[in-house]
Design a protein around this ligand. Structure first.
Ligand SMILES: [Zn+2]
Length: 348
């Protein structure tokens, strides 16, 4: 098997923006095959299972990246220097893919743990979550899962969801000079202040309270026309303590405008800290369980107990000169290997 670092270097060298993961999926498939596994493709996603009998642990991460974008001083398709690998996806999340692959192979290379591991690497995590949805429809139901995202190996035991709302204030047009009419922008201004004052009282042990931000305002066509419509976009990061309907009702009570749901696809998820998958991640040396504000494919695991953990730092994701320390990669390989053993062999 190729060293994790050189495999990661090759994987980063293959561009794989969301929707164009074919070549990256080919590379992962070939690597798994070369290791004696029997990988299968589901569209632009790849999966393979190790071991036999016992429980089934899913190790999932994603093959796609956001576009490289501007501002790079290093090669976005990979530059290895000073103990780091720079490149788009090195940190988010190809480092996790490489570490999960190598960690699982090492875990089964000596005495096989008494259970199975399914490696499943999806497409379109950054956009539509198509890969994980297609994988979950195809794979046997796992007992627990690890979602590979850069967390510095610390296990996230809960993840916020995203509820996107639109509030539309309506008025009546008139000539600005003559007055009259009803100014929808003025009405929306009151709604913005009301939204800023919305508070949540239920506090999740690791996620805290939901957060609410008005992130877009759109109203008015011309300087001399009293606008009859103003639209606000409200970005709400949810916790499992609130059903989306409850939050919608709260917003409806606060504003005068009309509330509509733009997206509620990304629900908040959490796993009890006493669950074996959390205990295994802690025993593997991941560190303290925490609550993560960022979304991932975890939201699409259909309630399977999971942690989100992997090498790297989420603050480096989607930035120019994204990198992964090669020592972080090695740490990730050892972490996943220990986690697989701890999960299947049980932790005290
Ligand atoms: Zn990611």
């Amino acid at each position: 098997m190729s060293e994790p670092a050189s495999f990661l270097e090759r994987l980063v060298g293959v561009p794989s923006e969301s929707g164009r993961e074919d070549a990256a999926a080919d590379l992962v498939e070939a690597e798994l095959r070369a290791l004696g596994l029997a990988p299968k493709r589901v569209g632009r996603s790849v999966h393979a299972t190790l071991g036999s009998g016992g429980g089934l642990l899913l190790l999932n991460s994603h093959l796609d990246t956001v576009p490289a974008g501007e501002g790079w001083t290093r090669n976005p398709l990979g530059e290895r220097t000073g103990g780091r690998l720079y490149g788009r996806g090195a940190n988010d999340a190809k480092g996790c893919v490489a570490a999960m692959l190598a960690g699982a192979v090492r875990a089964y290379a000596r005495t096989a743990p008494g259970g199975r591991v399914c490696l499943a690497f999806g497409c379109e995590e950054e956009t539509s979550n198509r890969g994980i949805t297609e994988l979950m429809a195809e794979l046997p139901a796992p007992d627990a899962a690890v979602v590979g995202e850069p967390t510095g190996l610390a296990p996230a035991v809960a993840q916020k969801g995203l509820l996107l709302l639109e509030v539309t204030a309506k008025g009546r047009s008139a000539h600005a000079a003559w007055g009259g009419g009803v100014n929808a922008v003025h009405a929306a201004a009151k709604d913005i202040l009301a939204l800023a004052a919305v508070s949540f009282d239920r506090e999740h042990p690791v996620l805290g309270k939901p957060s609410l931000q008005v992130t877009q305002v759109q109203g008015g066509e011309r300087h001399n026309v009293i606008p009859d419509r103003c639209r606000l976009v409200v970005d709400i990061r949810t916790t499992p303590d609130y059903a989306p309907e409850e939050i919608v009702a709260l917003v409806e009570r606060a504003v005068g405008g009309e509330v509509s749901i733009r997206s509620r696809r990304l629900q908040s998820v959490d796993t009890p800290v006493g669950h074996p998958i959390v205990r295994a991640a802690v025993a593997a040396g991941g560190g303290e369980p925490f609550g993560s504000p960022t979304a991932s494919d975890w939201a699409f695991l259909k309630g399977i107990p999971a942690v989100k953990a992997g090498p790297g730092d989420s603050r480096r994701s989607h930035t120019p000169d994204e990198y992964l320390e090669l020592s972080e990669l090695e740490g990730g390989v050892a972490f996943y290997e220990r986690l697989i053993r701890a999960y299947h062999e049980g932790t005290p």
